[in-house]
Each structure stands twice: as C-alpha cells, then as structure tokens.
Design a protein around this ligand. Structure first.
Ligand SMILES: Cc1cc2nc3c(=O)[nH]c(=O)nc-3n(C[C@H](O)[C@H](O)[C@H](O)COP(=O)(O)OP(=O)(O)OC[C@H]3O[C@@H](n4cnc5c(N)ncnc54)[C@H](O)[C@@H]3O)c2cc1C
Length: 367
C-alpha cells in the first residue's frame, strides 16, 4: 500500500501517476481543516520570466507545459465524468501579453527579456518566444492556463475510478498517521505549506538542507471575475498589466466565462519560528484589493465592487529560491516499511510541475 498525504495539485497528480499500473493499493489522506492552496490558484502556466532567468527548474517547467495537452486529453478519455468538450474551456495554450503603462517601462522590460536567436534555439524554445509588439507591449509565444478546479476534480475522479481510496485524516498527529499506515510500503507527503509544521510535530531528527532554506511565506488571493461584455484579447491566455507603482501589477488569465485575476500577494513572516505564517497584514491586502479595482477601472474600463466578486485565498511557502523540493527523508517509523518522500515547496508554479511530479516521486520511491 502507498499512502499519499494531500489533495492539492501535488498529492492528486502523484496519486494519478502511481495508480496508472493499478499494481498497488493507494490511499490519499487529507485533513479537511487545511484547504489546499491549489484551490486558490489562478493556475497560470507561465514560463515567460524563466526565458531569461537562470531557473534551476526551467527544463522541468517547459517539459511540464509541453506534456499538459496530452496528459489532460488522456485523463478526460478515461474519466466518465469529464468530457473533451469541457477541456476546451478549461485549458488554453496560446500567447501571453504584457501591457505597460509607459514606453520607458516597456523598454526596461524588453532589455531584460530580449534574447539572441542562438540562445532561444539553444533552449529549445520557439523563435517567437519574446516579441516586442508596439511601444508598450511585449508578447510571449508560449503561455498557457488551466482551470484549477477542473483539473483537481478531474484528477480525483480518475483516481477514484482506478480504485484509489480517499480518507479524511490529520496526519500531524502521529497516532492518526500510524492508524492509517498499517501495511504501508511508502508514505508521500504532499502537504504544501503545512509540511514544515508537520515535520516539526513528528520531531524528525534530520531534515534535508533544502527544507531548511529560508522560508518565504506569502498570502495571496485570486479573483474570479465575470464581466459581461469583457473578454481576453483573441489568442492571448495570459494578460499582465504592469505599471510603475508596484501595487499595480495585474494578471488576467482564462477564457470566455472563466476569467481570473491574480494580483493580491502579501508576504508574511514565520510566526516566531513555529513553522507557520504570522497573520498577514490585512491593511496591505485591502490596499492591494482597492488598487486592483482602480486599475481595472482605469485601464480596462471594468467597474467592480470589491465585495461582489469571489476571492480565493491561500498560503504559499517556498524555500529560498527553490520552487520544488522532492526528497526522501530518513525516518524511524516502525509502521512504515519503505521510504518517506516529501514533495513540496511549489509556492508559485505548482501547476506547471503537475504532469511531472508523479514521475519525480516515482524515481525517489525506486532509488
Ligand atoms: C493566490 C494564489 C495564486 C496562485 N497562482 C498560481 C498560478 O497561477 N500558477 C501556479 O502554478 N501556481 C499558483 N499558485 C501556487 C500553487 O497554488 C501551489 O504551487 C500549489 O497549490 C501547491 O500545491 P500542493 O499540492 O503542494 O499544496 P496544497 O494545494 O496546499 O495541498 C496541501 C494538501 O495537504 C493537506 N494537508 C495539510 N496539512 C495536513 C495535515 N496535517 N494532515 C492531512 N493533510 C494535510 C491539505 O488538506 C491539502 O490537501 C498560487 C497560489 C496562491 C495562494
């Protein structure tokens, strides 16, 4: 039996990968107290900033993005509950556009992102990866978006149809974990920002250095908006408006009838080294919300009431500049016969890693 903890994008993607062969019994445990951050994500599959940055996960993200269409198609084929028709409105792969409030800002960004052709092809990217369009716009050739709820529900439905069991359990309490892990060969922890708190509660003596790197907590919000008569420009799946004032950086994603706007993100400190974030500064959050409303009005002529639309909130945790930690941890649990693997740290791009994370965890289980 393999036990996966977590029903966010990591836990479900790992359970989906491991259940493909139907060789092992798989149980997914999740606490109903901790809502997955994955449910708050706009689920933009954006790699534009990595085109020019030295990102250690660059190849993985690009390969995740490439594999998305086939992965989603095969899941929809397998699921009785989701159709290919629904997929059309739940995954879009097209261009991304940055819109700047001034030519000077656009110039500055262009100088940062423009790449020689040789560099673009050395990275295996399409020639039109970064293009200047007019004086205040830059376009990125290969951006995408997936509907987070659709994907999470699809993954759960496919897992259930393959016999994966789902149970509610708070595993920070070791007695609960032990009761659920009788006969477990492997335990995979996909508990997102709760991971350090859980490991601390278990009193594990040795933690990998990657999990000890400076913890970066943030609290973020995505706004699900439905604006009659307004839609994303044709052929664009991600649209970002950037102005000189840092508060006015707004990203739209999605498609007709499913539009998301992500702009609220406030960092919060570790609560006195207790491995949980301090309360975010609610004044800052409200200031960002108001700024968003005023930007939407000023730039896109969209009139919104702050409280009328649906916000999704979540906590993220990253470790230093790493966005992904997949490690086997030493343990002395007598109830666990095999490895304990942790897959966490995706504070920004968890959805980009989704098609790849199962095989990364699989490699750790076999090592
Ligand atoms: C506002 C916001 C916007 C974002 N936008 C994007 C985006 O556009 N694109 C992108 O790729 N990423 C985005 N992210 C980041 C993305 O949400 C994360 O990378 C991703 O959710 C991490 O998934 P996870 O499965 O590791 O953790 P989570 O989704 O947090 O799942 C953790 C799971 O562990 C379970 N759990 C926790 N503690 C316990 C316990 N004690 N016992 C049992 N179960 C437990 C929880 O119940 C949950 O099921 C965004 C995040 C936020 C907050």
């Amino acid at each position: 039996m393999i036990v996966v903890v977590g029903k966010g994008i990591f836990g479900l993607s790992v359970a989906e990968f491991l259940s493909r062969q139907r060789q092992n019994k798989i149980v997914v445990l999740a606490s109903d107290e901790h809502v997955p951050a994955s449910r708050a994500a706009a689920a933009n599959l954006s790699t534009k900033s990595q085109v020019f940055a030295r990102d250690p996960h660059f190849e993985l993200k690009i390969s995740g993005k490439k594999n998305y269409p086939e992965w989603l198609k095969s899941l929809c084929h397998e699921s009785a509950a989701f159709s290919l028709g629904e997929l059309k409105s739940s995954f879009v792969s097209s261009r991304g556009r940055d819109l700047f409030s001034s030519v000077e800002l656009a110039d500055r960004q262009w100088n940062r992102v423009v790449q020689p052709k040789s560099e673009i092809s050395a990275r295996g990217l399409p020639e039109q990866s970064v293009v200047r369009v007019g004086s205040q716009e830059i376009e990125y050739g290969d951006e995408a978006w997936v509907d987070a709820s659709f994907l999470l529900n699809l993954l759960e439905s496919v897992c259930r149809s393959r016999g994966v069991e789902f149970r509610i359990c708070d595993i920070a309490n070791l007695a609960n974990l032990e009761a659920e892990c009788v006969d477990a060969q492997s335990l995979i922890l996909c508990t997102g920002s709760q991971t350090p708190r859980i490991l601390q509660a278990w009193n594990l003596s040795e933690l990998p250095p990657s999990l000890g790197k400076s913890q970066r907590w943030s609290y973020g919000g995505t706004l699900a908006i439905d604006i009659p008569g307004w839609q994303m420009p044709d052929g664009i799946s991600l649209l970002e408006y950037v102005s000189a004032e840092a508060l006015e950086k707004v990203t739209f994603s999605g498609t007709h009838g499913k539009l998301y706007c992500s702009s609220v993100s406030v960092s919060c400190a570790d609560k006195h080294h207790q491995n949980q974030p301090a309360e975010p500064d609610f004044f800052k959050i409200e200031a960002q919300q108001r700024s968003l409303i005023s930007t939407l009005h000023k730039i896109f002529k969209i009139k919104l009431d702050l409280h009328e639309h649906h916000w999704r909130w979540g906590v993220r945790l990253g470790y230093g500049h790493r966005e992904l930690v997949v490690e086997a941890l030493p343990h002395t649990f007598s109830f666990l016969k095999g490895p304990l693997v942790v897959a966490a740290g995706a504070h920004k791009s968890g959805f980009l890693f989704a098609p790849e994370i199962g095989s990364l965890v699989g490699q750790k289980l076999q090592a």
